[in-house]
Write a protein that binds this ligand. Sequence first.
Ligand code: GLV
Ligand code: MN
Ligand code: MN
Length: 415
Amino acid sequence: MTARISDHVDGRRLWRDLIELAGFGATDRGGVCRLALSQEEIDARAALVAWGREFGLHAAVDPAANLFLRLEGLEPELPPLLLGSHIDTQPTGGKFDGAYGVVAGLAALRAIAASGLRPRRSIEVVAWMNEEGSRFAPGMMGSAVFTGKRRLEDIAAVRDKGGCSVREELDRVLDNERDLQQRPLGFPVAGHLEAHIEQGPLLEAEGRTIGVVTGIGGKRTFRVVVQGQAAHAGTSRRAERRDALVSAVAMVDALQRAIWDEADTVRFTIGMFSVEPNAPSVVPARVTFSVDLRHDSDEVVRTLGDKVSVVCQSARGKCDVTVTPLLYDPPLEFPAAIRARVRDAAARLGLSQQDLPSPAGHDSRYLHYFCPTGMLFIPCKGGISHSEDESITPSDAEAGVRVLADVAFELAGQA
Ligand code: GLV
Ligand code: MN
Ligand code: MN
């Protein structure tokens, strides 16, 4: 019979780590602002390394600043199993998006260590670099580079709003972690498991504890730049203006109408909108805004995504517009075998569960094309996420770790 690693999960320590990690970048309103590659994230990474070292984990980092904490298996030469998520947050992030998966991974390894059993394969917790894509777009950079989806040179050139590049910030993080073991990108791995808060309302509404994630929905993102001309607010006549804000607002309105669906299944968001020079007495010269479009049908994502540029061009008025596609990720389904293991482990523990898809994106998307990958969800209050109000319960957090720990130990025992 498979050993019950879950009996050794320390729920108190799990909660303590979650709350302590949330202290790095804590906001006044109870949330977390820990942007990718920021000083807050550097400090949080150091805490994770210290917590792992307490029970013998070895820390390593790769050139994309993905951070690995390794529990050595009985056969260390075998490719390890990864338990990954992220610890960067949105600017108004909560305590648990991403952080839960990393801390849950650590708690699962702590339970294995406490059991006195050793897995056949090594198991590593991974904090993937820049999942959120809020400071540097698009997101999931670390997992994309690790799995060969994107090139390190390409992401290194991306800059944040302040002009700071991924390259500069990677150098800062890697310099801070120069005493850690250095790993190559894309080393062979046996599988990837990610625990995450649901970020939606279904588990809570159904009163279930564990979500067996069936797959991840499709997503396309774009950057739209509207170029007009700066002019004096007091002297320039309306007929002569090339007001970038007026054109951008027309585009936003036209996009809302073109992408609107009666069934309310399309997710369409303009979450970033910036006006330059953003001065009260200057006609706006330039507007940059983001488009985030999601649906679980590839055809819908493609068709609606193809409209973005056409609609923006038709609403541009006297301004110029450039629409740059940033990301296209089709919907995917996780392998049935891993989903069955999550389902069975939850059933053995007597936890209620249901299958459900993930409309939110995760690093597991890119790992899916690289190695056998699966995800499990725990409920979050009101389905609220990417918000300082994000909330979970200690008992759900512990339940998720119990499932994760048992599945991880099982998978790490596989040939
Ligand atoms: C991930 O944070 C997403 O935006 O889906
Ligand atoms: Mn996340
Ligand atoms: Mn997120």
